[in-house]
Write a protein that binds this ligand. Structure first.
Ligand code: FE2
Length: 156
C-alpha cells in the first residue's frame, strides 16, 4: 500500500523498520509496567499501583500512535507478540516485587528508548526525508523523558 505523501517506497520502508523496532520496545515496556502494577509489594501499594497504571495507560496510547504512524507512511506495523520479542532491544528481568528494582528496570528502559530515538531522529528527517515521522518520534521521546523524570523522582 503506497501512501501518496511524497515519500519514496524505499525511504518509507526504512522508516517503518525503525518505527517497528520502537513499537516492539514500547510493547515490552508496556508489559513490564503492567507486570509491576500487579506484582508490587509495599506499604505504599496503592500509590505505586496507580502510578504504574498511569504509566502503562500512557504507553498504550503511544503504542497505538506508533503503529498508526507506520500505516500513515504506507507500511504495516508488526502485530504479533513473537515479532515484538524478536525485534525489541529491551530485556525482561526476573520477577521482583521490590519498588527500587522495579523502578530501576523501568527507568533504564525509558532511557534506552530515549537514547535510541535521539540517534535516529536526524536520519529519519534528513536521510529518509520523512519530516512528519521525525517530528512524531521527537514527541514520543519527549513523553519518555517526562516518564523517566517521574520514575527517577521515586529513586534515591
Ligand atoms: Fe489494574
Amino acid at each position: 500500500m503506497k501512501a501518496g505523501i511524497g515519500l519514496t517506497d524505499k525511504n518509507s520502508q526504512s522508516v517503518a523498520g525503525i518505527l517497528n523496532i520502537l513499537l516492539a520496545d514500547e510493547q515490552v515496556l508496556y508489559s513490564k509496567t503492567r507486570n509491576y502494577h500487579w506484582n508490587y509489594q509495599g506499604d505504599n501499594f496503592m500509590e505505586m499501583h496507580k502510578f504504574y497504571e498511569g504509566q502503562y495507560d500512557e504507553l498504550a496510547e503511544m503504542i497505538d500512535q506508533v503503529a498508526e504512524r507506520i500505516r500513515m507512511i504506507g507500511q504495516f506495523p508488526e502485530g504479533r507478540l513473537k515479532d515484538f520479542l524478536a525485534l525489541t532491544r529491551l530485556e525482561e528481568q526476573d520477577y521482583t516485587t521490590v519498588q527500587e528494582e522495579q523502578l530501576q528496570n523501568l527507568l533504564a528502559d525509558h532511557e534506552s528508548i530515549i537514547i535510541s530515538i535521539r540517534k535516529i531522529v536526524d536520519k529519519i528527517g534528513e536521510t529518509y526525508k520523512d519530516q512528519g515521522s521525525m517530528d512524531f518520534v521527537t514527541g514520543i521521546m519527549q513523553q519518555h523523558e517526562k516518564m523517566a523524570w517521574m520514575i527517577s523522582s521515586y529513586l534515591p
